[in-house]
Design a binder for this molecule. Structure first.
Ligand code: MG
Length: 276
């Protein structure tokens, strides 16, 4: 665990979790699939452009928009097509095509979980179920918010046996994309639960949820998880999370249990810039 900024102890009244990359590894590898798909679209309108450069700049904007609903990445793809003098398809069609490609790549995981070939824990971020259980025991309401479509988040949370931690509190993207965003969910939580800044905490591996959390004065825990099955930091995610403003960084939940004491410690703890 790495503490970048002191956070007040014992104030947490509600916690929001991101799903993909924070709890779930079912969609691990989605970034590459999205980038490859987009580069293919762009190369068609700009055959003279260097695909490896396109790939780099595409990864850049895909990453920056990670955490927002997927449709926003497709809006950006449309802009990039237009910038090159092309006529983009409807963003929703791009999104569906991308989703088909992603599903082709990860179907074996979902089917493997259904058939019992895999255990739920095989596709969860290390230690997350135990951590959620402890949070639930403390009586802190937990929310799940994802930029992935709601129907898939519900299904995948169930397959990973984590839906029980978020009764009636699982939120995902809607086709009517203006009807849900993480920012809207956070605003709703603040008004319904009458939260003040640091009473709100969020865990996420993406840029957007960290920024949205800091915008309302909440506590942001960046999860720099590796999605390749290895243990340790994803250094690239770590850098992005630092620049987004995360207060605390963890590589996964395996060593995050000290955080739990911290949540209910009566006196403020002036943690300094140090690693523990
Ligand atoms: Mg994520």
């Amino acid at each position: 665990m790495e503490v970048l900024r002191p956070i007040p102890a014992g104030e947490t009244k509600a916690i929001l979790f991101d799903f993909d990359g924070t709890i779930s590894l079912l969609r691990a590898g989605w970034q590459q699939i999205m980038v490859d798909f987009m580069v293919e679209v762009l190369v068609e309108v700009a055959p003279h452009e260097d695909p490896s450069k396109l790939s780099k700049s595409t990864l850049e904007f895909v990453t920056e928009l990670t955490g927002k609903q997927t449709i926003y990445q497709m809006f950006r793809l449309c802009d990039e097509v237009r910038k090159r003098g092309g006529e983009p398809m409807d963003p929703l069609s791009y999104k569906h095509r991308y989703h088909e490609l992603l599903m082709d790549a990860i179907r074996y995981r979902i089917e493997g979980l259904r058939s019992g070939r895999y255990q739920a824990g095989d596709w969860r971020v290390r230690g997350v179920a135990g951590f959620l259980e402890k949070l639930q025991d403390k009586g802190i309401p937990l929310y799940l918010g994802s930029g992935t479509d709601q129907e898939f988040v519900l299904e995948e949370a169930k397959l990973l046996d984590v839906d029980r931690f978020f009764p009636e509190r699982i939120f995902g993207a809607l086709d009517e994309y203006t009807q849900f965003s993480k920012r809207m969910l956070i605003t709703q939580m603040f008004s319904q639960l009458e939260l003040r800044g640091t009473e709100f905490m969020a865990f996420g591996d993406g840029y957007v949820e960290i920024r949205d959390t800091k915008r309302v004065g909440g506590v942001a825990i960046g999860v720099a998880s590796r999605e390749d099955g290895e243990i340790g930091w994803d250094k690239w995610k770590r850098r992005r999370l630092v620049s987004a403003g995360a207060d605390i960084l963890i590589p996964d939940f395996g060593d995050a249990f000290p955080l739990l004491d911290f949540l209910h410690r009566p006196e403020p703890v002036g943690l300094e810039n140090s690693q523990s």
